[in-house]
Every structure is written in structure tokens, then in C-alpha cells.
Design a protein. Structure first.
Length: 272
């Protein structure tokens, strides 16, 4: 998978709408067996499905930014990461992630804004800069997504594909499944019995490209999940991030998303 933009999306706004949406991450090796699919039961009405989707849209669109301290794990072939991270994301395409050493000091600082990427390796005083492409982001964050889609996923606003058909079903294990169909793509959204969106999967030609799972919803304040897990079958990886301390729509420090090298750092330009 290169990025979520392989799915045509609707215009941002009310349904139908493209919902706007960790870095350095986490993952459990995926099993060689096929991914577990929702246990689908009887169909439900289009009106009920629309109400589920609209309730999620209404709640998630209240979130414009998120910042906090998280524990990230990444396990994939040739990669294993487990550590603390300061993470800040803001609509539509601004991101900052700092990987911390055991003493809480930044080892790597990554910033993306307005299509530009900057990465400081503190110990080497090296600063990498260039376009915020999925390829450049993956070098440092191990996630083959573009920044707007990654931000959307972090803000509990995973993009919706441009669908020509929508179907919905009761799940035998509880909750509901909404399926959105495009020409060669399909998107499956799972809602729990509390009507919370807990899983969204993207398929192309029936192959799973990425699955995002949300859990540990905050009991106070914004309707936000403290745990995000990404399954990336093509990379044989699962990425998960859990906030231990998180704030939504909080005041952000001025210049926190500035993409520029610190004084004295050696600058390395990334491929265009």
C-alpha cells in the first residue's frame, strides 16, 4: 500500500463527506492466515445506517487537534520499536512526533506541515528535509501513508471512499457493520453496541490494504479513543499507539509545526 489516496474520497463536510483524520509506531506481526472478518447477520435499513454514520461524523468533527504522551510499539519484519512519544496532530496536515529516550529526552523530532517534512536526529545533529510524501514519511515513521490521511486517522476521522452503494448489517457478536462500495474498492466500518466507530477497513480487489481499530474511549471531554491500532498486511505489520496523557482541541505552542532546521545542524535534502 502506498497511501489511502488510492481511494477516491468525497468532499469534506456533511455526509456524504470526506472526513479529515503517531508516528513512529507499533506493531504485532500479522498472522499468515486471512484477517478475521466481522460476523455479519441480517441487513438493517439505510436510515439506521445513515444515523450511525451521522452520529460518528457529528462527534468526530468536533476534534480539530490532539496532543499528548503515548506509548508506541512497532513490530514488523526487520523492525521492532517500543518507546515513548510526544505526539501532536492538527487538521488538515500538521503533525509533530518526538521519539523519547528512557530519560524523556528527544532522540528524533519529526514535523510535517503544508506538504513539507523535517526530521531532526538529535545525537547526530542531522536535519532531513523535503516533501512530505508517503515514501519520505515511511523512512522515519514506518507508516506508508501521506500526512493528511495519517492525521485523519489520528483524529478519529478516517477518510471515506467515494461510494456508489452502501449496505448495513447487524453483527452477530453485537454492533453493526456499514459497507461502502466503489468500483474496485470497498470500505467496512464497524460500530459497537454503544454506536461508537471501533474499526474501519479499506479493501482493493478484495485485498485488505489497511485496517484501523479504535478503543479505550475517553470518559470525560471529547469523544476520542486513547488507543489506535493499524494493521498493514502488505508490510506484515500492525501499528498501535496508546495515549497515557492526551488532550483534544488544546492550545498548541506557537511554531510547533514549523519545518526548518535548527541553527548549526547539517541539512540533508530528501528526494522529491
Amino acid at each position: 500500500m502506498t497511501n489511502l489516496k488510492i481511494f477516491p474520497t468525497t468532499n469534506k463536510g456533511r455526509l456524504p463527506g470526506r472526513l479529515p483524520a503517531l508516528i513512529a509506531l507499533f506493531v504485532l506481526l500479522l498472522s499468515a492466515c486471512a484477517p478475521v472478518r466481522p460476523n455479519k447477520g441480517e441487513p438493517v435499513s439505510q436510515g439506521f445506517a445513515d444515523s450511525l454514520m451521522q452520529e460518528w461524523v457529528d462527534n468526530s468533527e468536533l476534534i480539530s487537534s490532539v496532543q499528548g504522551l503515548a506509548r508506541v510499539e512497532v513490530k514488523a519484519p526487520m523492525t521492532s520499536i517500543n518507546g515513548g512519544q510526544v505526539l501532536i496532530a492538527e487538521k488538515p496536515d500538521r503533525l509533530r512526533a518526538e521519539t523519547l529516550n528512557p530519560f524523556g529526552m528527544p532522540l528524533v523530532s519529526l514535523t510535517a506541515s503544508a506538504g513539507q517534512l523535517g526530521v531532526l536526529l538529535t545525537a547526530q545533529n542531522l536535519y532531513y528535509t523535503g516533501a512530505a510524501t508517503p515514501e519520505n514519511l515511511q523512512q522515519f515513521a514506518h507508516i506508508p501513508l501521506n500526512v493528511p490521511d495519517l492525521v485523519s486517522l489520528l483524529l478519529y476521522q478516517p477518510p471515506l471512499i467515494e461510494a456508489w452503494k452502501v449496505a448495513a448489517y447487524v453483527l452477530k457478536d453485537g454492533g453493526w457493520l456499514v459497507v461502502r462500495y466503489a468500483t474496485l474498492q470497498r470500505q467496512e466500518l464497524v460500530f459497537n453496541q454503544s454506536r461508537q466507530l471501533v474499526e474501519v477497513s479499506y479493501f482493493k480487489n478484495n485485498d485488505l490494504l489497511v485496517k484501523a481499530k479504535y478503543a479505550k474511549f475517553m470518559e470525560q471531554g471529547a469523544f476520542y479513543p486513547a488507543l489506535l491500532t493499524l494493521d498493514l498486511p502488505e508490510k506484515y505489520a500492525t501499528i498501535s499507539l496508546e495515549f497515557s496523557d492526551v488532550e483534544t482541541n488544546g492550545q498548541l505552542r506557537p511554531g510547533v509545526f514549523d519545518v526548518k532546521p535548527p541553527v548549526g545542524a547539517k541539512v540533508v535534502y530528501l528526494p522529491k
